[in-house]
Design a protein around this ligand. Structure first.
Ligand SMILES: CCCCCCCCCCCCCCCCC/C=C/C(=O)SCCNC(=O)CCNC(=O)[C@H](O)C(C)(C)COP(=O)(O)OP(=O)(O)OC[C@H]1O[C@@H](n2cnc3c(N)ncnc32)[C@H](O)[C@@H]1OP(=O)(O)O
Ligand SMILES: Cc1cc2nc3c(=O)[nH]c(=O)nc-3n(C[C@H](O)[C@H](O)[C@H](O)COP(=O)(O)OP(=O)(O)OC[C@H]3O[C@@H](n4cnc5c(N)ncnc54)[C@H](O)[C@@H]3O)c2cc1C
Length: 593
């Protein structure tokens, strides 16, 4: 922290980049403090509360996290069981974990690091429950870091990844906090216990929306790092004869290797631009919300949920492809890829389990579809829902951006319509609304993925058509954008072809185009990953080193393995030799084999 002050890093984004450089591939134990705890104090506290607590958070006098999930509930926030009951006599809230399943479980850095938490709890006052609200809770003594009386806190144990984060459990036993520790920007409890409700109960969920937006950028960061490693390694690795009798080929010259990696390279660029676009939309709508204009809150929620789920699912699948494309060395921690995967795959679960998030977006699409059918106006990003589904593709050999965006719009509009019609049919069959919904959620998930895919393709195309980029760079980026879109069609052809939108000739054009683009991109592949400019220190990879000295690095890495500290390991003396001796004694086996 002091070093960041010395270097004059003021913006949180710069500080985040510094933290990543200082502790590459490990997640900082202060990520949640800076990424959730402090921003939530700023956005959900009253001006007075923010003025009091935010400086303490930013100076790390107060170190916090976001404690919402419980043993029994993570997804269903309204089902959380931790209670915060107002006591007007003492002007305090009494926090309690009334059941085993109500124990807070998973909150990052709660086990050993933080001294405060933002706790999501069911608010009770005057004998009535007003739903979940956020409370600032001191959990450790500020002098000696001991756990405050009335709390049980511990670590939840080893996880798939996230080793830098001490995810913990926390149990409240009638734990008292001051009334003014409830974040009261939107909802309030007055001294007499009266509850003042917020303009919208979901304003309390704002911290999660913000992090979901950040996670879209994380999906880019992690996928692009894996792509850098895999593409650089594919340029260095020579294996097998491409031409009989010739020298062993760079594995990057195999068409299959290109088909594995170049679409992921294109996806990395697409996700970077999508993350930037999502952040701009978030900045605009969240500032409207802060000014009390909640009109676009549903659109922001839906977009953040959908992109967070879509991008993390695709990134995690892509990182695995990158790992496997590096053969055996990809499976070693020396490659750097397993750690990337282990740390990001949790994002398919945290900040909203992906399926649940997709269904939130689907719910929004369902409502928009109905509005569109009534001829009501729709937000710009959703207007494609009124696309004329009788129109067929005009795609030609050039696979123009316009024809590609039209294809993605048609596919998404068609699939949303299919899901909505199933929902409506279910209702007409006499199903209750919730059953009609549940029995159409599989097609809604598919439709929502198509919706997100359209957003990313359209965003990529829009930026290429709007930004001033030198012709040579524009040409390469256009190749990547076309590859991203054409590859997405080829890999999901059934969804594009179900209503005959493409004819057979157009399908052949697309299959030829994707292979031609691999050849177009091959000469620039290494330059395109170098352009991300990740230093070796950040990649922590023997395979993805900028200098390409892979085998030297692997050899040094292996020699540094702790198992090599001694020639003979203690297990020989403790287990192997006694076993061998026992065998030879019992079966007169000659010691000289
Ligand atoms: C300032 C710069 C800082 C930079 C610093 C660097 C930061 C870098 C960070 C990047 C990476 C971060 C790493 C993170 C590490 C891991 C940390 C993990 C933390 C957590 O996991 S915290 C816990 C997260 N938990 C969840 O997300 C729970 C998910 N569940 C829910 O959100 C809700 O339960 C629900 C949405 C699924 C359902 O809610 P509910 O039942 O109440 O609502 P309904 O489905 O019935 O819908 C009712 C209507 O409410 C709308 N709605 C719901 N949610 C929202 C929302 N959030 N906003 C707006 N509107 C919302 C629905 O759309 C419904 O509306 P309708 O009109 O009635 O349809
Ligand atoms: C690495 C990591 C870090 C975390 N950090 C934090 C933290 O700092 N703070 C915090 O509070 N929490 C944290 N969490 C907890 C996280 O937020 C929850 O695990 C997450 O919200 C998912 O909730 P759940 O565990 O209840 O999953 P569940 O919802 O129980 O998921 C189980 C299955 O049920 C399905 N399902 C659930 N509801 C529905 C539905 N309505 N429709 C269809 N299917 C449904 C899901 O799709 C899933 O397949 C973290 C979790 C992880 C993995």
């Amino acid at each position: 922290m002091d070093r960041m002050e010395e270097l004059g890093f003021r913006s949180e984004t710069d500080r985040q980049i510094f933290r990543e450089a200082a502790a590459p591939v490990e997640l900082s134990p202060f990520g949640l403090h800076s990424g959730m705890f402090v921003p939530t104090l700023e956005r959900q506290g009253t001006p007075e509360q923010s003025r009091k607590w935010v400086p303490l958070g930013k100076s790390f006098k107060m170190i916090g996290t976001y404690a919402q999930t419980e043993l029994g509930h993570g997804t269903f926030i309204r089902g959380l069981e931790t209670t915060a009951t107002f006591d007007p006599e003492t002007q305090e809230f009494i926090l309690d974990s009334p059941t085993l399943s109500s124990i807070k479980y998973w909150p990052g850095n709660v086990a050993k690091t933080v001294n405060h938490c933002l706790v999501m709890a069911q608010l009770y006052t005057q004998g009535k429950c007003h739903g979940t609200h956020l409370f600032l809770v001191q959990v450790r003594n500020m002098e000696d870091h001991t756990i405050m009386p009335g709390l049980e806190i511990g670590d939840i144990g080893p996880k798939l990844g996230f080793d830098g984060v001490d995810n913990g459990f926390m149990r409240f036993n009638k734990y008292r906090i001051p009334r003014m520790n409830m974040l009261m920007r939107y909802a309030k409890v007055l001294e007499n216990g009266d509850y003042i409700k917020p303009k919208n109960a979901k304003l309390t969920y704002g911290a999660m929306v913000m992090i979901r937006v950040f996670i879209v950028m994380d999906a880019f960061k992690t996928l692009s790092r894996a792509a850098v490693i895999a593409v650089r390694y594919s340029a260095v690795r020579r294996q097998s004869e491409l031409r009989p009798g010739g020298e062993e080929a760079q594995v990057m010259d195999y068409q299959t290797q290109q088909y594995k990696l170049f679409p992921l390279l294109a996806t990395s660029y697409a996700f970077l631009l999508a993350a930037e676009g999502m952040s701009q939309i978030y900045a605009k709508i969240s500032s409207d919300i802060e000014r009390g204009n909640l009109e676009d809150m549903p659109q922001l929620h839906a977009l953040a949920c959908g992109l967070k789920a879509f991008c993390t699912w695709v990134a995690c699948e892509g990182i695995e492809v990158c790992r496997m494309s590096c053969g055996g060395h990809g499976y070693s921690h020396a490659s750097g890829i397993p750690k990337i995967y282990a740390n990001i795959v949790g994002a398919c679960t945290y900040e909203g389990e992906n399926t649940v998030m997709m269904l939130q977006t689907a719910r929004y699409l369902s409502k928009c579809y109905i509005r569109g059918q009534r001829g009501e106006s729709l937000p710009e990003l959703i207007q494609y829902l009124t696309t004329d589904l009788n129109v067929k593709s005009t795609l030609g050999e050039d696979c123009s951006f316009e024809s590609l965006v039209a294809a993605y719009s048609h596919r998404a509009a068609r699939m949303v319509a299919v899901a909505c019609k199933l929902q409506q049919t279910n209702k007409k069959k006499g199903m209750a609304g919730h059953d009609a919904w549940n029995k159409s959620t599989v097609p809604f998930i598919a439709a929502t993925k198509a919706h997100c895919h359209l957003f990313i393709v359209r965003n990529f195309v829009t930026i290429l058509s709007q930004k001033k980029i030198d012709p040579a760079t524009h040409n390469v980026l256009s190749q990547l954008c076309t590859l991203y879109a054409v590859y997405g069609i080829v890999e999901n052809m059934g969804e594009f072809m179900q209503d005959g939108y493409f004819n057979q000739d157009q399908v052949s054009i697309l299959n030829r185009k994707v292979l031609a683009l691999l050849e177009d991109i091959r000469p620039n592949a290494v330059a395109l990953v170098d352009a991300f400019d990740y230093p070796d220190h950040l990649l922590q990879s023997c395979l993805g080193r900028y200098d390409g000295q892979v085998y030297e690095a692997l050899y040094e890495y292996s020699k540094s393995s702790p198992l090599n500290n001694t020639d003979i390991h203690s297990s020989y003396y403790n287990y192997i030799r006694p076993m061998m001796q026992k065998r030879s004694e019992s079966k007169n086996i000659s010691a000289k084999l």
